[in-house]
Design a protein around this ligand. Sequence first.
Ligand SMILES: Nc1ncnc2c1ncn2[C@@H]1O[C@H](COP(=O)(O)OP(=O)(O)OP(=O)(O)O)[C@@H](O)[C@H]1O
Ligand SMILES: [Mg+2]
Length: 294
Amino acid sequence: MSENQSANQAAVENRAENKPWMIETQDLTRIYGDGEQIHALDHVNLKIAPGELVAVMGPSGSGKSTLLNILGALDRPTSGKVFVNGQDLEKIRNKDSFRARTVGFVFQLHNLLPTLTALENVEVPMIGYLGPTARRKRAKELLALVGLSDRMNHLPSQLSGGQRQRVAVARALANNPPLVLADEPTGNLDTAAGADLMALIRELNEKQGVTFVVVTHDLNVARQTRRVLVMADGKLIRDDCIGSPIEEDLKVWSNSELGRRIKEGDFSILEPLGISHEEALILKGIFENSPAAD
Ligand SMILES: Nc1ncnc2c1ncn2[C@@H]1O[C@H](COP(=O)(O)OP(=O)(O)OP(=O)(O)O)[C@@H](O)[C@H]1O
Ligand SMILES: [Mg+2]
């Protein structure tokens, strides 16, 4: 893994301000089994700054869910250290309280309690932290935030897959956690519903500053984040920072044959496309300011 690739903007700013990382792992290792051992996580060193939106990709069995489970204190490392929001997970006495207040979870399957309505599902994590009236008010606000005000009293079985995942996102945000961990949240959704869910996640990330770590097999989902981690055999093998999707597209265009000719002022290639000289000049300006290829 190249160091400079992993040095993304949020992380750099975070370090400059000397704030705690939202997530920091040091040689995080998780071994399963007594006889033949499986290194589900193998010396993973990772830093994620507050406010990042990070995708985790990698083949089946590469350790993505194991990583999320440990970050959410649902599982413990065999060795190595994990800090979440500055807290050493090993030293946390009350794991339930940590899970309720610091991390929200969104999973692909078995997400919602089937006998409870959408509203009641969102209220569950607040039990013990807020009284019934405050819980109900907050749950309604959260369902409005994810665009489901008109489905509050529906059971999960009466909602579409995409709507169920929106309820799961609302529930994950119940106690206002700074971090949300999502394991293949778009996995069982069709393309359109998956794109809608990612748009919601991006909005919550940008407007509310919630840090998201999203495991996905879908490149289109990963492309909507700013940083993609790739795992293989329990190791972090890549850590790529990508610009906004539009920047990525511009980078590809700008470095294509078309882009090269436009930057040189050769607009003849654009005439058959019906692009005027003025428009071509605008394109030239954009391409000249877009980043060069890696
Ligand atoms: N409870 C367990 N006991 C033994 N081995 C396990 C257990 N959980 C996971 N593993 C093993 O650890 C490795 C990592 O599993 P993990 O679930 O983290 O993979 P993943 O990347 O999430 O895969 P997928 O994309 O299929 O969800 C796999 O080889 C898996 O078989
Ligand atoms: Mg998994």
